[in-house]
Write a protein that binds this ligand. Sequence first.
Ligand code: TXA
Ligand code: MG
Length: 444
Amino acid sequence: MESFALTRTLFSKLRLLPHVRYTTPSTMAAAPTPTRVLKCDPGSITFSGDAPIYSDPETENSIKTAVQHLTERHVVAFPTETVYGLGALALDASAAAKIFSTKGRPSDNPLIVHISSRAMLASLLPPSYTPPPTYETLMRAFWPGPLTLLFPADPSRVPSIITAGHPTVAVRMPAHPVARALIAATGAPLAAPSANASGKPSPTRAAHVMRDLGCTGRLPLLLDDGGACAVGLESTVVDGLGKDGALRVLRPGGATVEALVDALGDGAVIDGGARPRVLVHKRDFVLGRHEEDAPTTPGMKYRHYAPGVPVTLLYTAASPPPADDKGGGEGGSSSRIAARRVALDAFFRESERGASGRLGLMAQDDSPLLARARLEGARWLTFSLGESAEPARAAQRLFEGLLGLEEQGVERIFVQEVAEEREGLAFMNRIKKAAGTSLRIVDV
Ligand code: TXA
Ligand code: MG
């Protein structure tokens, strides 16, 4: 109930009107370019081959305006099925540079290139290159969708600002009709990181983008699909270019490791007839010291996903203590710190004593912590992460909860761990990076 009420309040507070230029009072003087918000109805777009067909003229006009902005080398924020992206022409270095300045993104963190067709993929790659059979299997199974694959980069085609000088380029074909239509109508690949200021949680609603980037004066246009991103966290980044044929998951995401393994079971074999292995970064492999330091799974050395209020990760299950944790993916902060152990009663007493304002708690529906926080009363704002049997729901609601509770003015957000299975692996990867501290509650 509380989470429903919270979502409703958030909606009513943040509802964005189409065709309205939003500014915030503090930035009016400093922001020469207010953000224009245009509505797009994803349900009104169908495709004939790769070409979008619109049944809603407003959506068609919104996409047309966005295409014009992009071709004039401006950035445009748009919805994808994972999170909102901040797009610009990928093959134009000066357009792509605006992504970095708008987000405050470090220039050594490469960008994902988004395509709407296989022909567009071919236009990015070295002319003589043929993707390996494993990639064919994965593209058939997951594209369009939340899977990003690394390919050899052709420096004569893809500017080095996109790849940050790496020999590979990351490519994804998004499934969201607005994203697909935008790329197809532009007729060119779009580079798009998540549409948040660097280091902040990724936005899963247009309102999140507005709050984060709308006040910078550097985001001219935002396409608003009127809802929440279906996956809720970013794509899975996979490197299958190694000589051993294994698929290395550099960043867990919307395409689960279990689903990758299943898809490979359907066909692709590598030399010798074996099925390719799926390896998860930090669980099954680490990169060379130099690569880890010079982020080959970039993003790794930067703080990520953190809202403006402190986050504490609560370990409760019979999982190994966090000091032993090896599942941190991009390299979490809290995962490296041994969690202090505390009993449930002491956790509530200490948290309340140490705070002057309200506290946020995010947990799955069957969590005793959630039930207890609700009993504690108005001091606690709770946010449901759905049933524990449905980790996709926790993943979908993670950033929404962090951003929503911050907006509600809580002093600290506690997030209970979820099982590191299916979408839970990506959930834990993100929350370990977002959390500055962790606690282990021993009697839950
Ligand atoms: O779902 C997503 O992937 C979203 C939506 C907008 O498509 N995009 C996204 O982009 O999450 P971004 O920039 O926030 O994250 C891209 C990740 C970073 O960790 C980056 O370091 C990694 O992909 N990456 C990009 N190019 C790479 C490359 N050539 N080699 C290794 N990692 C790469
Ligand atoms: Mg990001």
